[in-house]
Every structure is written in structure tokens, then in C-alpha cells.
Design a binder for this molecule. Structure first.
Ligand code: NAP
Length: 251
């Protein structure tokens, strides 16, 4: 028996990286998974791979920064099961830039996806989570929500806001049986961090600050997401779990 048997999950940005690992993990634990991504073909491929591995999934093309896409995504989920038990607000991006050179366009795009998108998914997904009777909303924040690292101002601001949104919604959604928690990954090996981790000096400096002496994998984050998704965390809401090899515990 999987830990998410009979459950329905929806994961945004699940065509690659952490979202894909979460979708795979949830499906392996028995959930039906709506695999959403801005790249519809990647979402389809991910859903097909999950089905080939014996799971149940469907791909859906959805850019979380577009209201009409999010509406269509939830309409399709409503048609198929009438509820969502686990909703993962994972889609996110980053553009590294010294703050003094940050363009309005980059600031807006990061905000539109990481913050406005997360807000829209959390707001518009409410009805389907309530229909679950015991919904779990999981937001992808970051350890950068509460620390400073150069060239990450816009990203960190949006993740700080996602953490604040998590605490507020935990209180506001609790009467409807919906738990809201956040994951705060450290440095995880995905396309998002590829460039920075390829720089030998930065790579070494980051590893030196990571007590467990390695970078995380998408599966490390997926297993933490499974905790928030399952009944193992039935009395946990408004929490933020660092998945960072101990980085944020240090100086
Ligand atoms: P990733 O490898 O770049 O994957 C992100 C996925 O989201 C991609 O498939 C991407 O599609 C998709 N996406 C981008 N914009 C979207 C949009 N507007 N609507 C829907 N989907 C969209 O990134 P990741 O590392 O897995 O990050 C996933 C989440 O974890 C993000 O919220 C990120 O901020 C957070 N996080 C990551 C790390 C880390 O170290 N990797 C650390 C802390 C937090 P395209 O590839 O086609 O753009």
C-alpha cells in the first residue's frame, strides 16, 4: 500500500526538476497526479513516463502567470475527480542579476511566476482542496527567503513572500480542513542551479557551508513533500521545512 493511495495530486512546474520528482514520488505512492507545466510537451512526457512505470497521471499545459491557464488547469482537475487532495505550488524561476542592474522586465517576470503564480494557484485551488475534506497545500519557498546572497534579490523577495503567504493561509484555510506548509530547499541540482553550481569557486564555497557536504537531489525534496502530503503530517500546518543539508543551521 502506498502512502497516497486514492489521493489526487496536482503539481505545477512538474515537467522537470523538483516538480517532476514530486510528481513521480506521489504517483509511486499511489496518487493520481495532474502534471502541470508551462511546457505542455514536457508535462505530457512526464505523465507518460509515470504511466509506463505503472502510475496514474495526466499532463496539462499551464503557465501559472496566466490566469486563464490556471482556470483551465483547475477546470480539468474538477472534471476528472472533483477534488484535489494535494496541491503543490512548485513552478518557479530565477534570473541572477546584481540588484543595481536588475531590469523591470526581469523583476516582473520573477514576481509574476514565483509570487503571483503561487498566489493564484493557492487562491483558485481552494475549492478543490476544500472538496477533499483534508487538503494539503505545499508551497515551494527557499532558504533564500530568510538569507541574503548576492544577485538573488528578486528571487529572495518572492520566496520571502511565499513563506508569508504560507503562514497566513495556514490560519485562513484551517477551518476548511486544509493544511498549508512550505518546503525551503537549499541548493538542489536542477536546471535552476546548473550554471551557478558549474562555477568551481562558488561550488566549493557552497559545499563548505553545507554540513552534509553535498548538494540536494530533486528526490530529497520529493520525500519531504511526501511528508507534508501524507497523514504523517496531519497535525502540521504553517510549517516550513528546510531541505538543505544543514546549510541554514550554520553561520
Ligand atoms: P527547474 O528545474 O527550472 O524546473 C522548474 C519547472 O517549472 C520547469 O519545468 C519549468 O519549465 C517550469 N516553469 C517555469 N515557469 C513556469 C510557469 N510560469 N508556469 C508553469 N511552469 C513553469 O527548477 P527547480 O529547481 O525544479 O525549482 C522548482 C521550485 O523549487 C521553484 O519554485 C524553485 O524556486 C524552488 N527551489 C529550487 C531550489 C534549487 O536549488 N533548485 C532551491 C530552492 C527552491 P521550463 O523549463 O520550460 O521553463
Amino acid at each position: 500500500m502506498g502512502r497516497l493511495e486514492q489521493q489526487v495530486a496536482l503539481v505545477t512546474g512538474a515537467g522537470a526538476g523538483i516538480g517532476l520528482a514530486i510528481a513521480r514520488c506521489f504517483a509511486a505512492e499511489g496518487a493520481f497526479v495532474h502534471v502541470a507545466d508551462i511546457d505542455g510537451a514536457a508535462a505530457e512526457r512526464a505523465a507518460e513516463a509515470i504511466s509506463r512505470a505503472g502510475g496514474n497521471a495526466v499532463g496539462v499545459s499551464a503557465d501559472v502567470s496566466r490566469g486563464q491557464d490556471v482556470t483551465a488547469m483547475f477546470r480539468a482537475a474538477e472534471k476528472s475527480h472533483g477534488r484535489i487532495d494535494v496541491l503543490v505550488n512548485n513552478a518557479g524561476l530565477n534570473v541572477r542579476s546584481d540588484f543595481r542592474h536588475l531590469t523591470d522586465d526581469d523583476w516582473e517576470r520573477i514576481r509574476e511566476v514565483n509570487l503571483d503564480g503561487a498566489m493564484r494557484v493557492a487562491r483558485d485551488g481552494f475549492g478543490l482542496l476544500r472538496a477533499s475534506g483534508k487538503g494539503s497545500l505545499i508551497n515551494l519557498s527557499s532558504i533564500m527567503a530568510s538569507r541574503g546572497l548576492r544577485q538573488l534579490a528578486a528571487y529572495s523577495v518572492t520566496k520571502g513572500a511565499v513563506s508569508a503567504l504560507t503562514r497566513t493561509l495556514a490560519v485562513e484555510y484551517a477551518p476548511f480542513g486544509i493544511r498549508v506548509n512550505a518546503l525551503a530547499p537549499g541548493f538542489i541540482e536542477t536546471a535552476l542551479t546548473e550554471r551557478v553550481l558549474r562555477n568551481p569557486a562558488i561550488n566549493r564555497a557552497l559545499l563548505d557551508r553545507t554540513p552534509l557536504r553535498r548538494f540536494g537531489t530533486p528526490d530529497d525534496v520529493a520525500r519531504a513533500a511526501l511528508f507534508f502530503a501524507s497523514d504523517d503530517s496531519a497535525f502540521v500546518t504553517g510549517a516550513e521545512l528546510a531541505v538543505d543539508g544543514g546549510m541554514s543551521a550554520g553561520l
